[in-house]
Every structure is written in C-alpha cells, then in structure tokens.
Write a new protein. Structure first.
Length: 174
C-alpha cells in the first residue's frame, strides 16, 4: 500500500522527470550541432563546387549569390595578424539559394519564417577535404506552421548535396 508520502513523491516524479529530461536535451542540443547538416568529402572545393551548384539548380533552388568568403577574409590577413585564420582553412565559399514557389508557401504558413530566405550552404576546405554545412530549416521552425514545407525544402537541399558528393569520393555524414 502507498502511504501519503509515497503518493506525493510519485506525483512529484511525474512532474520533475519530464522537466529534467527536457532541460538536459536543451543543454546538450548545441553540442552535437544537430541543427546543422554536415557532409564531408575527401576532395577540395573546386572538385565538387560545380556539381553542387548544378544539382541545386536542377532541384529548382537557384543560386542567387556566390560570396567568396575565404577571398574576402584574406584581404584582412595583414590587419588581423596572428588572429587571421587560426584554423588554417584553405577556402570558404557560400552558395545562397532560393526557390520562389517555396518562399510563397512559407509566407502563406508563417511569414516570420521568411527570415530563412534565402537559404545558404557554406563550403569549408581544410587539408584538401571539404565540409558542406547547411542550417536545417526544421531546427529553426520547430513549432512553426511552416515546418512541413520547410522539411520538404530541407530534404531537397540535402539530397542535392548528397547526390553531388556521392558522384565521386568518400562522403561522411553526421
């Protein structure tokens, strides 16, 4: 038989356990970068860039901007001195993409999620290997009515990335 004290403890456990679990998941959520899709290929950026660009466009996510971030950073090498490129990255580029039909769908569901548009992919090269980084829209839109649309967008972009990399070289994904 449960006494009054055991009943209170059982009720408290039911309340505290989910709270503790949710707090732990928040604290560790950023440690493993689950909000960022990362693919790594044992090739330099130049070997995969064009294929990725073409796959994104074939998926109807059109490249609207191609900032050469590494080149722009290099202009500050002298000014920044020893603080310049401490991780010795060989190249950093970005592909900024948009599909206007999906923009309209997101706007119809949740205009605040237009903060994601346009989307971008970052390509980072070190030791001849390239990492493609993509912030998962679903990580940002967890409770948004636009989440299903953004999940579709996310899967299309990730498929374009994976198709680009599997065409030639070892690929690792998180």
């Amino acid at each position: 038989m449960m006494n009054n004290r055991n009943i209170k403890w059982a009720a408290l456990e039911k309340l505290l356990l989910p709270l503790i679990i949710s707090l732990l998941s928040v604290s560790f959520g950023h440690a493993d970068n689950t909000g960022i899709y990362i693919a790594t290929v044992d090739k330099p950026i130049n070997a995969i860039y064009k294929k990725l660009y073409d796959n994104l466009e074939a998926s109807r996510f059109f490249v609207v901007l191609e900032p050469p971030i590494g080149d722009n950073m290099a202009r500050f090498k002298q000014r920044w001195g020893e603080d310049y490129n401490r991780n010795q990255l060989e190249d950093i580029r970005s592909l900024v993409v948009c599909n206007i039909w999906y923009v309209n769908q997101v706007a119809n569901k949740d205009p605040d999620m237009l903060g994601l548009c346009p989307l971008r992919l970052s390509l980072v090269q070190k030791n001849g290997k390239t990492r493609i980084l993509f912030v998962r829209p679903t990580a940002v839109a967890a409770n948004s009515p636009a989440r299903p649309v953004l999940a579709e967008v996310e899967s299309i972009i990730i498929k374009a990335i994976e198709d680009s990399l599997t065409a030639g070289g070892a690929v690792t994904k998180p």
